[in-house]
Design a protein around this ligand. Structure first.
Ligand code: XCC
Ligand code: SF4
Length: 633
């Protein structure tokens, strides 16, 4: 058994790496051993130059840092900084989109017209913007302004968080003083609070972290809303996943990173460049996705996803990847070293995210189209360069249906009940055909066998009639391994859920049932799962912490995953982590996050590294909530 990945394509390419003595993330993990035990427990502090200070978890050595900070303070401060970094990343992405929308409204970004006016109007109305008689550009500018206002300090709580949850949830956040008044302001406040000699109270730090998590939710929701406005709200789309989507006869271009500002445009530009590619002897331009930017273009254009997260280096080793175009986040700097052994061009595109060894072509909204052509020309040149060279492409790919925006899910359900589209879903949750909903979010992590936790948990939960939603690299795992098509429902879903998904499939003219795992999009699109939960909660007249809805990050790695997990807890969901977070050095922090927090938000963390056990625990949490709602278990 390959202990590194379940994915056969990854296994095959790791063998290629081994044969060619090419170093991958797995090798580098090995050379990092043993990793720092203090760091693993959260017990190392570098927040001032009197440190680094370490606290002995066994109590034999020092119990306090030089300033007197104890284990609880250190662990809580470190966790807070991780969460805040995640919030900064997601909201940085959405701030970028807000500027693009505003530039278009001001006539400065002609390549970025509003694609989905309906969504624009819906978002505008949600924020109390009068739309009657106004031009689209004016409405777009007003929406962009509401978004940008959310970053600084407002008089009122953040709009994109408070107007998208139940009223009682927003009130609860106010009551406990965890409702932030600005995304950037809570980020700055938490950085301030975690410096030497400010907040030393672990629980107070954790409450501040939850506020930062709520700001992250706002950033994610804004990211989804603005992407839908600019690039279109996804509708169900058929595509494929895994490295077999690479085609030796075409110019292969991987879109990697997170933000659709660049990747969506390249999809459009590539259509114009097809002839140029043909003149170079290629049959066409084959765009493929990696990580979240891959999910964005899969959702909206059906661009196949090539691979995800820890295996992002491997498509280069096929020898036929002509360019890897990246924006920001989750892009391993190692890719330029690997690309150096092949004809692959790595192209960075954002001034804030350069990589030594890459070609930098900076994308500005003002002249994005021309720059897009320049990028694709480099890929075409690389295609010519590789003529006659040997290559190795694993013949693995799976069929997927993606594109499940909240709007698309509601539209699919409306085929069963035009007037009350959510009713069929609610009826089936009430009668137990669907026991509950689990959102799979987060990454792969080189410390666990890639995809294994997702696969085991998805099988276990699907057979217990739990409807699965997935985003980001979690969606990638489940897609690459065949959980995102109708066949998977037949193979894995329990009888109740199979009947429901078949009925929806049939009503929508699909050949088979809906997949057991619905692809909601990239990591910011976890907001879509929240929208679904909020809609159900409002319909039932309860708050989100009463719903049989749980979240899981079975193989997470990034700071962004921490901030998402934090807002899942803030919204009241039992939230599973499949890797032990670096908090075990503080009993108090562990207790607060897994138990006490429940008394505040209704949500809590479940840390469980065994996927079978994790599925059981999540199912139990679902059962508990069903019982509280008076539903059959
Ligand atoms: Fe990054 Fe979003 Fe994680 Fe994948 S899942 S490794 S964050 S690309 Ni968000
Ligand atoms: Fe050490 Fe305190 Fe400085 Fe941290 S803040 S490095 S614990 S002295």
């Amino acid at each position: 058994m390959d202990t590194r990945s379940v994915d056969l394509a990854v296994q095959e390419m790791l063998e290629v790496a081994f044969q060619n003595k090419i170093e991958t993330a797995w090798d580098r993990l090995n050379s990092q051993q043993p990793q720092c035990g203090f760091g693993e427990l959260g017990l190392c502090c570098r927040n001032c130059t009197q440190g680094p200070c370490r606290i002995d978890p066994f109590g034999d050595g020092p119990r306090k840092g030089v300033c007197g900070a104890d284990a609880d303070t250190l662990v809580a401060r470190n966790l807070a900084r991780s969460i805040v970094a995640g919030t900064a990343s997601h909201s940085g992405h959405s701030k970028h989109l807000a500027h693009v929308l505003k530039k278009w409204a001001d006539g400065k970004a002609p390549d970025y017209p509003v694609k989905d006016e309906r969504k624009l109007l819906a978002v505008a109305q949600r924020h109390g913007i009068e739309v009657e008689g106004k031009e689209i550009k004016t409405i777009a500018r007003l929406v962009a302004e509401v978004a940008l206002e959310d970053f600084s300090e407002r008089e009122t709580p953040i709009a994109f968080a408070n107007r998208t949850v139940t009223k009682s949830r927003a009130e609860l956040w106010n009551k406990f003083g965890i409702n932030p008044i600005g995304i950037d302001s809570i980020i700055a406040e938490m950085m301030h609070r975690t410096t030497l000699g400010v907040d030393a109270d672990a629980n107070n730090l954790l409450l501040g972290s939850i506020a930062a998590g709520i700001a992250d939710y706002a950033g994610c929701h804004m990211g989804t809303d603005l992407s839908d406005i600019l690039f279109g709200t996804p509708t169900p789309v058929f595509s494929e996943m895994n490295m077999g989507v690479l085609d030796p006869k075409q110019v292969n271009v991987a879109l990697h990173g997170h933000n659709p500002v660049l990747s969506d445009l390249l999809v459009q530009v590539s259509r114009e460049m097809r002839e140029e590619a043909k003149m170079a002897g290629a049959t066409g331009i084959n765009l493929v996705g990696i990580c979240c930017t891959g999910s964005e273009v899969l959702m909206r254009h059906g661009v196949p996803s090539c691979t995800h997260s820890v295996s992002q280096e491997l498509p280069i080793l096929t020898g036929i990847l002509d360019a890897m175009v990246v924006d920001y986040q989750c892009v391993y700097p190692s890719i330029t070293t690997l690309a150096g052994c092949y004809s692959t061009k790595v192209i960075t595109t954002m001034s804030m995210a350069k990589i030594p060894g890459a070609i930098h072509i900076e994308i500005h909204e003002e002249d994005a189209w021309e720059k897009g052509k320049e990028i694709l020309r480099l890929a075409i040149a690389a295609f010519k360069e590789r003529a006659g060279r040997s290559f190795h492409v694993p013949q693995c790919k799976e069929k997927v249906i993606a594109g499940f925006s909240t709007e698309a899910i509601v539209a699919a359900l409306a085929k069963l009940n035009q007037e009350e589209p959510l009713q069929p879903l609610i009826d089936n949750i009430v009668n137990g055909n669907i026991q509950g909903i689990c959102l799979f979010a987060g990454c792969n992590n080189v410390k666990v066998r890639q995809d294994e936790n997702y696969i085991i948990m998805a099988k276990e939960l699907a057979k217990r009639n739990v409807l699965l939603l997935a985003t980001g690299c979690g969606a990638g795992s489940l897609g690459r391994l065949g959980f995102m098509n109708g066949e998977a429902t037949k193979a894995y879903a329990g009888e109740g859920m199979k009947a429901v998904l078949s009925a929806i499939g049939e009503a929508n003219g699909l050949e088979g049932p809906l997949p057991p795992v619905l692809h909601l999009g990239s990591c910011v699109d976890n907001s879509r799962a929240v929208d679904i939960a909020v809609a159900i909660a409002e319909k039932l007249g309860v708050d989100t912490d009463m719903l049989p809805v749980v979240a899981s990050a079975p193989e997470y790695k990034t700071e962004k995953a921490f901030s998402i997990g934090t807002y899942a807890v803030a919204l009241g969901f039992p939230t599973h982590l499949g890797m032990v977070p670096p908090v075990v050095g503080s009993k108090q922090v562990v207790k607060t996050l897994t138990k006490d927090i429940r008394g505040i938000t209704g949500g809590y963390l479940i840390v469980e590294t065994n996927p079978l056990e994790a599925a059981k625990k999540l199912f139990l949490a679902i059962q508990e909530r069903r019982a509280d709602l008076g539903l059959s278990t």
